[in-house]
Design a protein around this ligand. Structure first.
Ligand code: LLP
Length: 385
């Protein structure tokens, strides 16, 4: 039995559910604060998309992070959790009018704009509200990242951002408009990135672009380099806190920030990934033709990452300490891809055992769906049990 899980307190909770170790979340936030504080020009935002559980948002807001949002709903969730509007940024390749209006109404810090048609709509809606929207342009830096193809975003072939080559023209268009104010540049190359060299490549692109813009007489106040710092899915207990020191130092060393500039980060997974686990009960152990299956009451509707990205989550039996056996660990959903892990070594497992799928705090609960008319999993904080 693992000490970090209060198994006795789990007995009366309906499974599956998300369990968040808030002591670890707070230590993670302390580490971010401590490491970022070395660099006064750095400003860290939390990417709400990773986990918008209101109780988690409240803890992150208390730690003083800003909020990075990608929908009107996220802007509302962030404001509701108490993030100050002047620390809220709003990105997204397809912002609907009502979503832009939510941002305008609350005078959020910045819209990260991804196309000229979007800029025109923001300008028109801001005019209708008799206000001026601060905008940054999301630039597609054409930098690859060593991560899963579905979560790399900064390549020319991806739908995100505006080509670097068009920047002077796009900035000139913005400057002609009366209801937008151009304040910055925004980048994001992908997610679950563990090689600092990928971030170094981004820094070089930013440096190149800055030099080019400066020679055209364009100064930028804010640079936003997005998120993407990965976590150790293989060893959650050995590496519960991501490499924030190295991450911030990489940007400090390689990105040539001008004296007046602020550098913004939008970390999602690295903030909440390791503090969360999906806890599930074993429904059946079934002997197949040549393997045995542990069938859980959690499925891909509760945690879709393995089905969608072939993502690995460490699986542990919390209630058995018998010798290990090998199982395919699967869910109850009517889809062959509803598999959490193949040939997983688990302590001998029987009906009623509790298992934890680790490192599920990011893109877990928030991506849950009601497919098969399933109930959405609840989320519990360690401190409330
Ligand atoms: N900023 C922007 C513009 C983004 O698109 C993202 C993530 C982030 C920040 C935060 O990235 P992070 O620090 O969490 O890597 N559902 C996928 C991940 C999708 C990430 C989408 N964008 C997964 O479960 O792996």
């Amino acid at each position: 039995m693992k000490e970090i899980f209060p198994i006795d307190k789990f007995a009366n909770l309906r499974t599956p559910f998300y369990y968040y170790d808030t002591e670890l979340l707070r230590r993670t936030l302390d580490s971010i604060r401590e490491e970022a504080a070395q660099y006064p020009a750095f400003s860290v935002h939390y990417a709400v998309k990773a986990n918008a559980n209101p109780k988690i948002l409240a803890i992150i807001r208390e730690a003083g992070l800003g909020a990075d949002c990608v929908s009107g709903g996220e802007v509302e969730a962030a404001l509701h959790a108490g993030f100050p509007a002047d620390r809220v940024v709003f990105a997204g390749v397809g912002k609907a009018d009502w979503e832009i209006e939510v941002g305008l109404k609350h005078d959020i810090f910045c819209f990260n704009v991804e196309s000229i048609p979007e800029l025109e709509v923001i300008n028109a809606l801001a005019e209708a509200q008799n206000t001026v929207a601060r905008v940054a342009f999301r630039i597609n830096p054409d930098v690859g990242a060593h991560t899963h193809a579905n979560i790399t975003t900064g390549l020319a072939e991806n739908k995100f951002g505006i080509s670097m080559n068009d920047m002077e023209r796009v900035i000139a268009i913005a400057r002609e408009m009366k209801h937008v104010s151009f304040v910055g540049l925004h980048f994001h190359i992908g997610s679950q990135i563990l090689e600092m060299d990928d971030f170094v490549a981004l820094c070089h692109r930013v440096n190149q672009l800055q030099e080019r813009l400066e020679s055209a007489g364009i100064q930028v106040e804010h640079i936003n380099v997005g998120g993407g710092l990965g976590i150790d899915y293989d060893h959650p207990d050995q590496h519960p806190i991501p490499a924030f020191k190295e991450y911030f130092a990489t940007y400090a060393r390689h990105l040539k920030l001008r004296p007046h500039q602020k550098l913004h980060f939008e970390l999602g997974r690295a903030v909440v990934g390791q503090c969360g686990s999906l806890v599930s009960r074993v429904l059946y152990v079934k002997q197949g033709t040549n393997k045995q299956f542990a069938i859980l009451d959690a499925g891909m509707t509760d945690l879709i990452r393995p089905a969608l990205y072939q993502a690995y989550h460490q699986i542990e039996n919390l209630t058995s300490s018998l010798p290990k056996q090998v199982y395919d660990v699967v869910g109850p959903i009517c889809e062959s891809s509803d598999v959490f892990g193949k040939s997983v070594e688990l302590s001998e497992t029987k009906r009623g055992d509790l298992v934890a799928l680790r490192s599920a705090g990011a893109y877990g609960e928030i991506m849950a769906s009601g497919y098969n008319c399933r109930k959405l999993p609840q989320g519990y904080l360690s401190e409330e049990l």
